[in-house]
Design a protein around this ligand. Structure first.
Ligand SMILES: Nc1nc2c(ncn2[C@@H]2O[C@H](COP(=O)(O)OP(=O)(O)OP(=O)(O)O)[C@@H](O)[C@H]2O)c(=O)[nH]1
Ligand SMILES: [Mg+2]
Length: 605
């Protein structure tokens, strides 16, 4: 077996790994044989307790974790080509894994910069290799086994182990469940981890409610039928014993799935509970939305000086681009800024006086990321409306990011998704931030984290060939030890628009826009001209350069930026004045019946 042959080697590598510090480790104690209950019920026990009251949005977690500290995640990164892309995606995955930590009164206990890199491994990417991931486990059996060995190594006495495995890919419910069984650990895919981070970082009531809604919708899309140890079928439960995913379609539910006397199947019960909670959350969100709309109207009516309305400038961008730092320095305030991803979840308005003397409001808001779960985009609708309704958009880009173009494309994609008009997108100011760091990097390349030192890789070219042959052999001989998928009902419930995979875009669109590592394959395989057209549009929009370069830390370029904002706002005001005149000319005049004079005049002409 590949996994066993790897074992001694892994053990020696693992010894060289860096570990999370002792104080963190002592927070967790260690994992019991059945440490997780991922999706064991639509609501965790804490959630159930809070279900009775509407102000109960305190704890939402996709897996049982200690809310008093950061969980130890083991990061599994599918290989990508070229290596530079792999490095970028792995860096982001490690940042995501380290970002999962609950806030205390708006602050995190652990300094992000002091955290060690999580344990991680680069493995075969089934999508790169055969264009399709395995339906049952996403990875091939050799890879699954190798990862299990790594986890075992980390669980040995001298190691501290991991609380959950983060697979930086999008898994469906069945793949996730089977991997949990294989590794005996909770598994989070990319969508799940991002939603989990939102839940952990949500601080205000509005953010908590929205994050809970996203988590609920994610859970709903993952209700699958599981055969428990004694042959009992259940939905959404994780079983370590002989659990086997068979179907979520209710096909085999005749009688067996019924809870005696209750009159509804477990599936129906879970659906109902999710729907009830969802409706309650939607009512709360509608309240927030109404309040925000009223506040916006008030701002427009009261206005700034000289009868001008108080313009709002929404600061948007990829997460960690420096949006909060920028708004803080411009408004001389102290917004929370951190290298943790998704440090900001609640929009904050700060007033700034432009060089012309005009007072405007800057709106700092939630950052975006590639494959931003659609559940979050939908759930954070009330928050993101601030962006849609803003007078001007400021797109902050971290110019030290090696994949600036991808970041830009992601931001455009999300802005379109939430309904920002084409006109606003064209008028958007592109700000390249962190130029101080770029200059430093030119000298000493110290803005990029070197992650090679502490990671595993099971698919170096030699290993890749070995693994291929092992997988082929294994499949010939025995079949998988992991339960094979038979069937899966994606989104459950009557809201068909719920998202079976959870990614922002669906199907082809995702391959082209949201998932850069799939792009090459999409180009090769698809003859669909629509795809090419979409790609052209995306490129044309994302190839613009910076309007201004700044450093939000040193203050370089800020005056130039403020002047530019002034200019854009005056141009916009001029345009809307002209539009008002035209409209009042066209629609403002009262209609009167034609007179005889008029008829004679036109006849003479
Ligand atoms: N060197 C340098 N670092 C910066 C600059 N601007 C921001 N940072 C750092 O970048 C990190 C992220 O900054 P934030 O302001 O929190 O970024 P954000 O875009 O608000 O991030 P989210 O709220 O997570 O979306 C912090 O550690 C900042 O100190 C800059 O101009 N130069
Ligand atoms: Mg922020």
């Amino acid at each position: 077996m590949l996994g066993l042959s790897f074992f001694p080697r892994l053990k020696s590598i693992a010894k060289t790994l860096t570990f999370l510090n002792q104080s963190q480790a002592s927070l967790y104690g260690f994992l019991t044989p059945c440490p997780f209950s991922f999706l064991s019920s639509p609501f965790s026990s804490k959630q159930q307790k809070t279900d009775d009251g509407d102000d109960a949005n305190d704890v939402v977690s996709l897996f049982d974790r200690d809310p008093n500290g950061a969980p130890r995640l083991f990061v599994v990164q599918p290989r990508l080509r070229p290596d530079s892309l792999l490095q970028i995606k792995l860096n982001e995955a490690l940042s995501l894994a380290n970002s999962l930590e609950e806030q205390r009164d708006g602050y995190f206990e652990t300094e992000f910069s002091e955290k060690n890199l999580p344990h991680h491994i680069v493995v075969q990417n089934p999508i790169l290799r055969s264009s399709r991931a395995r339906a049952d486990t996403f990875f091939g059996p050799g890879t699954v086994d190798a990862i299990r060995c790594h986890i075992s190594v980390l669980e040995t006495e001298e190691q501290e182990g991991v609380d959950a495995v983060f697979v930086n890919a999008i898994l469906n419910g069945i793949q996730q469940r089977n991997l949990e069984r294989a590794w005996s650990k909770p598994v989070l895919d990319r969508v799940g981890l991002i939603i989990e981070i939102f839940n952990a970082h949500a601080h205000t009531k509005e953010a908590k409610v929205q994050a809970e809604l996203a988590a609920l919708m994610y859970k709903k899309s993952r209700l699958v039928r599981v055969r428990g140890p004694k042959g009992r079928n259940t939905f959404g439960a994780t079983g370590l014993g002989e659990a086997e995913v068979v179907s979520a379609r209710g096909r085999a539910s005749g009688g067996r799935g019924f809870i005696s006397g209750a009159g509804e199947t477990e599936l129906q019960l879970q659906r109902r509970r999710i729907s009830e909670r969802r409706n309650r959350l939607l009512t709360q969100i509608e309240e927030f939305r109404r309040t925000r709309t009223l506040q916006r109207f008030a701002r427009e009516r009261l206005g700034g000086v000289d009868g001008q309305s108080l313009a709002t400038i929404a600061v948007v961008g990829y997460t960690n681009a420096g949006k909060s730092t920028l708004v803080s320095i411009l408004s001389e305030s102290n917004l929370y800024a951190d290298s943790r991803l998704f440090a900001t979840l609640d929009p904050r308005l700060k007033s700034v006086v432009l060089p012309s003397g005009r007072k405007v409001l800057f709106s700092d808001t939630v950052g975006f990321i590639s494959d931003l779960p659609i559940q979050l985009v939908e759930a954070f609708h009330a928050t993101l409306e601030e962006v849609v309704e803003a007078d001007l958009l400021l797109h902050v880009i971290d110019c030290t990011a090696p994949n600036v173009d991808d970041h830009r494309a992601t931001v455009f994609q999300v802005l379109k998704q939430i309904g920002v008009s084409e006109e606003k997108l064209q008028n958007m100011i592109e700000v390249w931030n962190k130029i101080d760091c770029e200059e430093k990097r030119r000298d000493a390349d110290d803005c990029v984290t070197d992650i090679k030192a502490s990671g595993f890789s099971v698919d170096e070219d030699n290993d890749m060939a070995a693994e291929l042959s092992v997988e082929a052999e294994e499949e010939k001989l025995s079949g998988l030890s992991i339960a094979k998928e038979v069937d899966f009902e994606g989104p459950i419930g009557n809201e068909e628009s719920d998202y079976s995979n959870g990614e922002l875009s669906s199907g082809h669109e995702k391959e082209i826009l949201g998932d850069p590592w799939l792009n090459n394959r999409a180009y090769q395989q698809s003859e669909d001209s629509e795809l090419l057209e979409m790609e052209k549009v995306s490129q044309s929009q994302t190839q613009s350069g910076p309007d201004v370069k700044i450093s939000a830390v040193t203050g370089v370029g800020l005056q130039e930026l403020l002047k530019l904002i002034d200019e854009r706002l005056s141009i916009r005001d001029e345009k809307s004045k002209v539009q008002d005149v035209v409209e009042s000319d066209l629609f403002g005049r009262k209609w009167r019946p034609p007179r005889i004079d008029d008829t004679n005049k036109s006849a003479e002409q």
